[in-house]
Design a protein around this ligand. Sequence first.
Ligand code: TEU
Length: 531
Amino acid sequence: MQNWWKEQAVYQIYPMSFCDSNGDGMGDISGIISKLPYLKSLGVGILWLSPVYRSPGEDNGYDISDYCDIDPKFGTLQDMDELIQKADALGLRIVMDLVINHTSTAHAWFQKSRRREAPYTDFYLWRDKPNNWTGFFGGGCWTFDEVRGQYYLHLFSPGQPDLNYKNPAVIQAVEQVMDFWLARGVSGFRCDVINLLWKDSLKNGFPKFILTGSERYITRPGCHGLLQRFRREVLNKYDCFTVGETVFVSPRQARALTDPNRGELDMVFSFEHMNADCFFIKWLPRRFSPRRFFKSLMKWQKKLPWNAVYFENHDQPRSVSRFGDGSPAAAKAILTLLLTLRGTPFVYQGEELGMTNFDFSSLDQIQDVESKNVCRILKKLGLTDRRLFALMKRASRDNARTPMQWTPGPQAGFTTGTPWLKVNDNHAAINAETEEGDPGSVLNWFRALLSYRNGSDVLKQGRIRLISREKSWIKIERRLGERKVIVAVNWSPRPVRLPLVGHPVLSTHGTETLDCRLLPYEAVLLEEMPL
Ligand code: TEU
C-alpha cells in the first residue's frame, strides 16, 4: 500500500460555481455539503477547494484578506468545520488552496505595512522606483501606494501584493496559517504559484517577450529552502500532502521539488502539456496536436517517479473543447487517459460530465480579471473586436468557470437566483441529472473507469510504458509484477486500426470482442494475465 494520496483521485471544486444554497447566485459551502453524496458516488477520495477565505474577489478569491476566516459569500467557519466533518464521515478528505505568494491589498498585513507599522513594515516588497519586471496578467507589476509613498511589487493584479519571504516574520505568519487549517482537519494544500515565493533580488531582468525578471524568482534555491522549512516546521506534524502549482517548471526542477529525500512538496502541476495547442502561452494559439500532447505527457511520466496528472482546472479552457471535438465521446476518451496514466489524477468539476467551453456571445459576459486585462492590452495594440472575441472564446479562464450543470432545468439547478456568470445553454443535455440516468453518459463512464482504477493495483501502482503513439492514437501499458493493463485511446473523430491483444475489460463503446479497430474517440482497457 502506498501513500493515501497516491491511491485516490482528487476532485477540484471551484466554490463560486459549484452549488448555490441560498439563491444569491454564488456557490457556497452549504451547497458543497449538499453535494457530498454525489461526490462520494463518483469514487474520488479527496476534494480540493479553490479559495474560500475572506477576499475582495478581485481574482475570485486568489486575493486573500484574511487567511483564518471564510468569506461571507461562502458561509462561515462553522460551515467549513461542518464540511470537513461530514466529508470525513463519508471517507472524503478536504484540501485547501494555499495562496501565499501574495495577499490582497485589503489584508490587515498590507494595511499596516503601507502605514509602516511594526512588525509589518517589511512584509511586502516596497521600492522607491519600479524595476523593469512585467507581470503574469499583462503589463507592469509595480503600483504606487499614496499612503506609503512607495511602489509595491505584484506579480499578478494590483490588488495582489507579493509577500517578502526574506522577512522571517512573514515565514512565521504563513506557517501559523498552515497550522490553523491542518489543526482544523484539512488534509493538505494545493500551493498556488509556490515556485515564485523567493525573489533573489529586485534588480532589473533581461528584457523578454513575456515575464521580464522571471529568472530572478522562478524556482530559485531560496524557494527550495523555504519549502523544506515549511515541511519541517509544520507539515511533518500532520498526515497531509501538498501539491504545488509550479509555473514554467522543468522536469529536473520538478524532480527536485518532489524528491521525498529533500522534503519539499509531494507533487507538482507542470504546464508543458498545456502548450499542445499554443506557443508557450495560451494567447499565442496553434492547432492542437495529439502527438505533441502525448509526447509531453510521456516525457513527464518518464522523468518523474510520481506526479499529479491533470487536463483541466479553473485557469484552463475545458479539455473536451480544447483537446477534443466537444463531443461526449471525446470527453470519455480524454478521461480515460487522465485516469490511467501513472500518478494522482486531478479532475475538475464538470469534467466528469463532459462540460464544454463557455458559450458567451459578447465580451461583456466575461468576468475574469486576467481576460479583462489582456483584452485591454490587445485592444490598445490594435486587435479587432472580432479577433479578441475569438481569442477569448478559446483561452479565457471563464471557459471553465461557468456554473456546474446539475439539471436540465433553469440555471442548470446551480442557483434559484441569477448566477454570477452565465450558465452554458448546453446544460439541457450536459448535466448530472440527465447523465445519471443514461448508462452511456460521460458521467457513468467516469464512474465505471474510476471504480475500476480504485480496485486495480496495476493502475494505481504499476509502472508505465508507452507501447506506441501515432498521430491520433496512443497505446500504453501499465504493469505490476506479471499483471498488465493495456490502454488504447483513439484521439480522433475517425476510426483507426491498431493491434490489440488481451482481454477487454472496459470500452467507451461497449465493445465486447476485439477487432483491432477503434471507433471514433473509442477507448479500451485490456487485461493481460500471466499464462
Ligand atoms: O495561477 C497562476 C498562473 O500561472 C496563472 O496566472 C496562469 O498564468 C494563468 O491563469 C493562465 O491563464 C494561480 C491561480 O491558479 C490563478 O487562478 C490565480 O489567478 C493566480 O495563481 C494568482 O493567484
